[in-house]
Design a protein around this ligand. Structure first.
Ligand code: ZN
Length: 239
């Protein structure tokens, strides 16, 4: 009879070992996530910078277009004013017309200076876009190898995990049904420590003393018991 009960303990410990291996693979697989996020983040940051740089170019282009239009209008008015100078007869009118022409000339000079500065800024902004575009291409090339590595690692780990889970499920079939439910319940809370040997008179997990009569029975029969304090599965180990 004792051998049957010891088989329970052996099956449970075997299952616990398989679960530990499953858990290890799950952790390794989950660790790939942040690595992938890191690569994506670097790429997204660059893309964001590129979007901003392109928007800056577009804004300067709009300003340039507007300024060019304004200069064109002002030039037309100016030319008309200059032409009118010739037909003005009286002195007072001539003085006023001259002042207007001078004013318009100054405005035009300012606007043309502004246009040159804008052109310079635009060249700079386009240069930034070009640099960032080159950076984006370089980053894609740089990430090619680590991304491929991550993918193959994910495929490998997933394959191993599938196999390990199948092996685990197989191991679970060797565990008595009455023990499997409490084991499954406790193993998520205490991975790798769901099945413990008694530590002297106490539960090996929580140190709560097991009543003498129950303990003696466990030692005599090899029966697996659930700890009333912490829920782990206890068995009487050697010694
Ligand atoms: Zn306990």
């Amino acid at each position: 009879m004792g051998s049957v009960v010891h088989a329970d303990v052996g099956a449970l410990l075997g299952l616990q070992k398989e679960d530990a291996a499953v858990h290890e693979l799950e952790v390794a697989l989950a660790a790939l996530g942040p690595k992938r996020v890191g690569l994506d983040k670097a790429k997204a940051q660059l893309a964001e910078g590129l979007t901003r740089a392109r928007a800056a170019v577009a804004a300067e282009e709009t300003r340039q277009r507007e300024l060019q239009e304004r200069i064109r209008d002002h030039k037309a008015i100016h030319e008309k004013n200059v032409a009118q100078l010739d037909v003005v007869k009286r002195l007072r009118e001539a003085t006023a017309a001259m002042a207007q022409v001078d004013r318009a000339r100054r405005v035009l000079a300012d606007e043309e200076g502004e246009l040159i500065a804008l052109g310079r800024r635009l060249t700079e902004a386009r240069g930034s876009v070009q640099t960032l575009e080159q950076d984006a291409v370089a980053l894609d090339a740089e990430q090619l190898a680590p991304r491929a590595e991550l993918e193959s690692e994910a495929v490998r780990l997933t394959g191993e995990l599938d196999a390990m889970r199948a092996q685990r499920d197989q191991a679970a079939t060797h565990v008595a049904k009455a023990l499997l439910a409490p084991y499954n319940r406790i193993k998520t809370k205490r991975p790798g420590r769901a099945v413990v040997a008694l530590a002297g008179p106490s539960c090996g997990a929580c140190d709560t003393v097991v009543p003498l009569q129950r303990r003696s029975q466990m030692i005599a029969t090899g029966k697996v018991e659930v700890c009333e304090a912490c829920g782990v599965l206890m068995y009487a180990g050697e010694g």
